[in-house]
Write a protein that binds this ligand. Structure first.
Ligand SMILES: [Zn+2]
Length: 191
């Protein structure tokens, strides 16, 4: 594993995906520990409370803004603090890093060689509970449309199809209702 350089591997700047993002400050070799995910160590009970608040907040703002990371059986990390640059790493359906816990530290590790200037991204791994609240903006070829862990993609596909069918059926019904109303209005007002 490459040793840590004096300068950080990353820089924070404006992203085309969403607000700010984190970018490779130089060529990053596969396997590099790029940045550690900092934050408050909280108990599971506190984590659930904070996570729920973040999910509710992100549902309102339309952002996938949930910063809770599972650390171990007893504790999670709430990374929603300004000194945690890793919280600015955007979700993507085509990641170039992944989170790994190494001796109590959550590291974002390069899963491939990352050329200088490339935006860093990992899969946030959300489950399907609130998928509709978290549309994905990554614009990659393999984008599944929502911020959802890859293991859920097949099930997500079925849910999206079902949802679209319901919308289509709803639209057809609305159209039919409009046509009906239109005919009614065309009827001469009989006296
Ligand atoms: Zn995507």
């Amino acid at each position: 594993m490459p040793s840590a350089p004096a300068e950080p591997w990353y820089i924070v700047r404006q992203s085309s995906i969403h607000n700010q993002g984190v970018f490779a400050a130089r060529d990053v070799p596969k396997g590099t520990r790029i940045i550690d995910y900092k934050g408050h160590k909280v108990t599971k009970a506190e984590s659930i409370r904070r996570g729920t608040a973040q999910i509710e907040g992100s549902a309102v703002s339309g952002e996938g803004a949930v910063y809770i990371f599972v650390l171990n059986k007893k504790h999670d990390i709430d990374g929603n603090v300004p000194w945690n640059d890793a919280r600015l790493i955007n979700h993507t359906c085509e990641p170039n890093c992944e989170a790994q816990i190494i001796r109590g530290t959550i590291w974002l590790i390069a899963t491939k060689d990352i050329p200088e200037g490339t935006e860093l991204g990992f899969n946030y791994g959300f489950d399907l509970e609130t998928w509709e609240d978290h549309p994905c903006l990554c614009r990659t070829k393999s984008c599944c449309g929502y911020i959802v862990g890859k293991e859920y993609w097949p099930k997500l596909k079925r849910l999206v199809k079902k949802r679209d069918q319901v919308i289509a059926a709803g639209n057809a019904q609305a159209e039919a209702a409009v046509k009906k109303t239109g005919r009614k209005q065309k009827k001469p007002a009989g006296k």
